[in-house]
Design a protein around this ligand. Structure first.
Ligand SMILES: [Zn+2]
Length: 474
């Protein structure tokens, strides 16, 4: 990861030039050249995979690729070499990085209710790339911002220097675009999706879904809306732009919505968190694939990725990480934990943790960090657990770190090991009724009706008709 920062810095320092913006036709100062932009995107792509993983669904992948390439061809940068991917995250989001890499989460794919909604967001994200928003934005990042971590954990700046443990790349990827950039991308989204024949009014409707998600369950707000307090205002603007563009189309042109084909395509899509990636229940983290568990202190915030599990104290002054070691033995893993992070060893002892061989270490980066590390061997897997705090705060957190690490244990509870994910199931409505009655008829519990109404892009008292397709979860 350290290398990534250096690589990125070299891009930032060297990649400055004066370029004509493909969308505005005006000159942008200090924007990187296309080759550099592509190289930067290519360096981020593996980091996106490491932090979220790609979602494996050939049919869905083929769909976004086909639609993405079709739209890229009519965009302002048809020859950039766009790539479109689905990341394995339940959060409703889409994002783009420089060089034409566009990502949709499986969470947003589950929430679209037709192809036209998808096409609008696709156009919006392609717009960020063609108008060089992210390229401009990355140019403006300072070193301190590069070191910050993404996600909900309050992460003190000095921890960002802790080599392998920080996810600098992700932090940059999820940077917010400015209000003007968002407006411009909305406009491009309408333009591009109309041009390939979709009804961009549907894109406007999707803002309502977004508004309900962020208002309702406290789910994370999608990046592409996060700088906008009022998605409904945006909905209105997009609707107007869409109608204006459609009015200019040749008489009789039909704009596609494609609801049924979209819904059939996402039948079976994973919905919500995938327990296989690890899950939290009753203040414990369980990993059914790696078969381990450990406790989470009360009030601590957590972030889980395929690369590592992180948690942070409520006051932001301590963090703990768990990750799989790459090294072949406990001793090697312990040594690497020190050298990779330029830590000075203070104390080391061989211990047993719930029957497993382990090494416990105290180490430090003078005047910056104090660290408690456990390296634990379970069969042929070796785990590294790190607890970090500043020299001033470390003693306050030492017992908490120790309590987490000493309770690291094998997971044997079958109910945890076999926990199954939920999937979207498309059902055909049997008779004319309300959405609420239809959902109840398919056995959906009362407590989830609001969530399912949002998932369907409808209100519970909306009418549904016999033969209509709706989403349920199973
Ligand atoms: Zn955006």
């Amino acid at each position: 990861m350290k290398n990534t920062i250096l690589l990125l810095l070299s891009f930032l320092l060297l990649g400055t030039a004066c370029k004509v913006n493909p969308v505005t036709g005006k000159k942008d100062f200090l924007v990187m050249g296309t080759e550099r932009e592509k190289a930067l995107g290519a360096s981020y792509d593996p980091q996106v995979e490491a932090s979220m993983g790609f979602y494996d669904d050939a049919k869905l992948q083929r769909f976004i690729d086909e639609k993405g390439q079709q739209m890229a061809r009519i965009s302002h940068r048809p020859n950039l070499g766009f790539q479109f991917k689905i990341v394995d995250s339940p959060v409703v989001n889409a994002f783009a990085v420089p060089g034409g890499y566009v990502y949709f989460t499986r969470g947003i794919m589950a929430h679209f209710n037709n192809e036209a909604e998808f096409a609008g967001v696709l156009g919006h994200e392609i717009g960020h790339v063609t108008a060089r928003h992210s390229a401009k934005q990355m140019r403006n990042q300072t070193l301190s911002q590069v070191g910050l971590i993404a996600g909900a954990i309050a992460f003190p700046r000095q921890f960002g220097q802790f080599g392998e443990m920080a996810q600098q790349g992700l932090g940059l990827l999820l940077l917010k675009n400015g209000r003007d950039d968002e407006s411009q991308s909305d406009k491009l989204g309408v333009q591009y999706s109309t041009k390939v024949g979709y009804d961009a009014v549907e894109m406007a409707n999707f803002f309502r879904t977004i508004d309900r998600i962020s208002a309702g369950s406290g789910q994370e707000i999608p990046t592409f809306l996060s700088t906008h307090p009022d998605p409904l205002d945006r909905e209105e603007k997009v609707k107007q732009m869409a109608r204006k563009r459609q009015a200019k189309a040749p008489a009789g042109q039909q704009f596609q919505v494609n609801r049924d084909s979209y819904l059939r395509m996402i039948d079976g899509l994973l919905y919500g968190k995938d327990p296989k990636q690890g899950f939290i229940e009753n203040n414990n983290f369980y990993h059914p694939v790696l078969e381990f568990q450990f406790p989470i202190p009360n009030g601590w915030q957590t972030a889980n990725s395929p690369q590592q599990f992180q948690m942070g104290a409520p006051d932001g002054k301590a963090v703990a990480f768990l990750m799989l070691a790459q090294e072949g033995s406990l001793q090697e893993a312990a040594r690497a934990a020190l050298t990779n992070n330029q830590l000075t060893l203070k104390q080391q002892e061989n211990i047993r943790v719930n029957g497993m061989n382990a090494i416990a270490m105290r180490s430090a980066k003078p005047n910056e960090l104090e660290v408690l590390t456990y390296v634990i061997q379970d069969g042929n897997r070796i785990y590294k657990l790190h607890g970090l705090s500043t020299p001033q705060d470390f003693s306050r957190y030492f017992n908490t770190f120790k309590q987490i690490f000493d309770n690291f244990d094998k997971l044997t509870d079958p109910s945890k090991l076999n926990k199954q994910p939920e999937r979207v199931k498309i059902e055909t409505v049997k008779s004319n009724t309300t959405l609420q009655n239809a959902l109840t008829g398919f056995g959906m519990p009362r407590a989830r009706l609001n969530e399912l109404a949002i998932l369907n892009g409808m209100e519970l008292n909306d009418r549904v008709t016999a033969g209509m397709l709706i989403k349920t979860v199973r």
